[in-house]
Design a protein around this ligand. Sequence first.
Ligand SMILES: [Zn+2]
Length: 295
Amino acid sequence: MSIETTNALVVRAVEFSESSLVVSLFTRDFGKVGALAKGARRLKNPFETSLDLLASIRVSFIRKNRDALDLLTEAKLVRRFRPTRRNLRGLYAGYYLVETLDAATVDYEPNPELWDLADATLARFQTDDDVPRRLAAYEAGLLDALGEFPSTRFCVECGEELPLDSVKNPDRRVLFAPNEGGVVCARCRAEKNFFELIPTTIAAFRLLEASLALAGGDESAPFDEFSPQGRAAYRDLVGRYLARVLNRRLKTANFMRFIDSSRTPKPETPTRPSESPESETSPENAQTTEAAPST
Ligand SMILES: [Zn+2]
């Protein structure tokens, strides 16, 4: 048994007994950690109010054996996740982010690069009006941190560069093979049998590239100059590819129509991902072009 100290994001918090919580933390140095927070539900407790969903905290915990929960001994709030009431998009995007994080991370497999990106993105969601762009940067960075960023210009099968000119015709169709993780040229498409091919457009890949550049700190990366059709194609592609990479249907994918839309979401609090009922909308339906803003 040893005491570990690290920074963490609260991915889930579930009532365990009358006085305790079981929390799932994505820690910077240890990956995902499940821990028991004894007394966390008491009015006076050692964690105060630091264990709220999506809070950025500093924690100490006692590491137990594989079959037992770790024991949280200390938690201090670094930053609460509480977007302003005006910024409902940030709130929806935060719930989406936490669901992808939960799906993408593994116990005791640290990914500090992903942690830093998620932490910085959540801070932006609270204050920034620029939520769709920040969310796209997070998605691209997430794919990159998982080693799943797709081949966007070269055929994933033969390596040939595709003649893709985004300036002349961004809405030109391209085929994407999610299992192989990249675009597919016409010849390979004719010669090989792919398990699945997603029809999309050049713009979707250019947006994905711009989002990765933004995740890497390039604030000049183009995003807003893409048409609503281009952004809708991006959303459809990334939604379907992320579901494949994470091997799960994301319940919060339904929030995208509020996040990507230019319409202001209705002022109601969305259901937390951990509490939301099984969605009746299929991911395919949730990610279609309905999200296109109409300004
Ligand atoms: Zn090819």
